[in-house]
Design a protein around this ligand. Structure first.
Ligand code: IPM
Ligand code: MG
Length: 358
């Protein structure tokens, strides 16, 4: 088969990690008899520098002409909040999610066996393992609600951000979570703040209705503050965690941190139609950009997610994941995950080793 992939290399270490991921795509193509063709798409701070806006006209159309999108990282101090919205990389990220209808954001937090020592939690907790899938609603809620900022007569300036959710939005993300759990350990934890928020009470009633349709899946409601605590106390209890946009933003950072290696974690953003968008969880790390120091594994594992979720190529996805585990088990480390006394290798060498393993 031939697959066309949009490459958003982006800012900071983005171009380097995407470069390694493309090498891996080529290795997979050679081994399994696929061809991949690429279309470079400009987005983020580099787009602001080149054409004056972070989300150039025609970006969504270019991506829609491809089977999947691979994104390195966007952002950096150069394009901070003092810039007008259309020049900020975050604006472009939110716009592409919305325009491509990518309402489901899958963020696995996995403690890879070779790196159990990197887990900042107690040894007994780490030994139980961590393998959870955060399913974050990505195109609704407070991120996309009406915002306002205005002067009042007696209270100074005032600002509001509206959080709204419809039954339809909740149901489609909920269904994704239940379906995914059937490919895993058949457990869904739905996170809300139903003791305070009306959106959460609606969320919970929709989730309960769905839970009845999936009797083979164990279901629980978890309040968001309790969930934050449980993730550091006993993350092994979670399989699929489904939640609204902002709770998911916060909890997915927390979950990634407890695995001890944010440089290893991929993500997928998918909707009901192609293309899905795949990207590492880490940011653009401008401080180490261009120095062959970045860890390309999160982007390489994002390619594995692309194989699995966009192309339904599970043998190819397994091959990538196995190659990463083999290279880590052999002791190879980039600087971010190097144990004391281990001499780290660079971005390109890590990419080469994984390709060779494939
Ligand atoms: C993420 C990021 C983004 C978000 C920012 C950069 C807008 O934190 O993907 O988690 O909040 O969604
Ligand atoms: Mg975030």
């Amino acid at each position: 088969m031939n697959y066309k992939i949009a490459l958003i290399r982006g800012d900071g270490i983005g171009p380097e990690v995407v470069g390694e991921a493309v090498k891996v795509l080529e290795a997979v193509g050679e081994k399994f008899g696929h061809t991949f063709t690429y279309e470079d798409v400009l987005l983020g701070g580099c787009a602001t520098d080149a054409v004056g806006k972070s989300y150039p006209d025609g970006t969504a159309e270019k991506c829609r002409a491809c089977d999947a999108v691979l994104l390195g990282a966007v952002g950096g101090p150069k394009w901070g909040s003092d810039r007008p919205a259309e020049q900020r990389p975050e604006t472009a990220l939110l716009a592409i999610r919305k325009d491509l209808g990518l309402y489901a954001n899958l963020r696995p937090a996995v403690l890879r066996p070779a790196l159990a020592g990197a887990c900042p939690l107690k040894k007994e907790t780490a030994e139980k393992g961590i393998d959870l899938m955060m399913v974050r609603e990505l195109t609704g809620g407070i991120y996309f609600g009406k915002r306002d900022r205005y002067q009042t007569e007696d209270r100074g300036e005032e600002a509001t951000d509206l959080m709204a959710y419809s039954e339809k939005e909740i149901e489609r993300i909920g269904r994704r979570a239940f379906e995914l759990s059937r490919l895993r350990r058949h457990k869904v934890s739905s996170v809300d703040k139903a003791n305070v928020l009306e959106t959460s009470r609606l969320w919970r009633s929709v989730m309960h209705r769905l839970a009845a349709e999936y009797p083979d899946v164990e279901y629980e409601d978890v309040l968001v503050d309790n969930c934050a605590m449980q993730i550091v106390r006993d993350p092994g209890q979670f399989d699929v965690v489904v939640t609204e946009n902002m709770f998911g933003d916060i909890l997915s950072d927390e979950a990634s941190m407890v695995t001890g290696s944010i440089g290893l974690l991929p993500s997928a953003s998918i909707g009901d139609t192609a293309p899905g968008l795949y990207e590492p969880i880490h940011g653009s790390a401008p401080d180490i950009a261009g120095q062959d120091k970045a860890n390309p594994i999160a982007t390489i594992l994002s390619v594995a997610m692309m194989m699995r979720y966009s192309f339904h190529l599970s043998a190819e996805a397994d091959a990538i994941e196995r190659a990463v585990d083999a290279v880590l088990s052999a002791g190879w480390r980039t600087p971010d995950i190097a144990e004391p006394g281990v001499t780290p290798i660079g971005t390109r060498k890590m990419g080469d080793l994984i390709c060779a393993e494939i």
